[in-house]
Design a protein around this ligand. Sequence first.
Ligand code: RIB
Ligand code: CA
Length: 315
Amino acid sequence: MTKHPRKIIIDTDPGQDDAVAILLALASPEDIDVLGVVAVAGNVPLPLTQRNARIVCELAGKPETRVFAGSDAPLQRPLVTAEYVHGKTGLDGPQLADPVMPLQDQHGVDFIIETLRREPAHSVTLCPLGPLTNIARAMQQAPDIIPRIQQIVLMGGAYFEVGNVTPAAEFNIYVDPQAADIVFKSGVSIVVMPLDVTHKVLTNRQRIEAFRALGTEPGRMVAEWTDFFERFDMQKYGSEGAPLHDPCVIAYLIDPSLFQGRHVNVEIETQSELTMGMTVADWWGVTNRPANALFIKDVDADRFFALLTDRIGRL
Ligand code: RIB
Ligand code: CA
């Protein structure tokens, strides 16, 4: 039986790790058909995330990729950004020229709705790599699309690993907890790549040099982005290298056997400021709340980096 590439929409706030995830997706046409890339405000404001998304598509040699601007602020809360991690541009590290490829005129949320209505039901996977604002807005504006979504594979949340932006919450969920609550209660099949697993795919000298040794512009860029990106996590966690959070989403689509997790109930804290945005995962099944997510906890990091380096090497 011929394997058809999986149709996806990437929703993203580039961000160096988002950029690597987008490169991985665009380097894998036999596995993934990127119907569009929708930018959301997150790591940096929307004018920069939509610019950065286009820069990355051009770096991948895919300027025909359709890139849209989505939401410029969370549903209810003021925008919180992360320039302290990603730098002022969101893609600090190498010097980058402005993109030439156009930004689509259509609003990204309308693109998500239109695509899900047009494509056959259960044929499109949504891959959020930033705050869930666009996904939640699409669900609010067009509830009819919810049962048409094949799956949501997202980077966000944390349980055993606890938060990275507050003691309780991971950044993507923390920025828009109301949006996350809508998505996790939607009934759509969800796969979660939380910090519990992304903190197990850490860059190190050898892994970064493997990107540089590709001898290609994308390989050099990935090496320079991860060089820049890792300084924050090494300082904060004393860890060796930076966690490549967002590429876990795309790697899962290409080879789910890289990952292990558990179907559990996950609910989002939206009331208490102390724990706002916490993903409360019932890992030990102590409640009778129904399982609504595959919560990933483990990964074969060496195989993950081998896949990533091989695919980036194609560009
Ligand atoms: O907490 C990590 C997540 O927040 C990643 O998606 C990173 O790009 C930022 O969006
Ligand atoms: Ca991101």
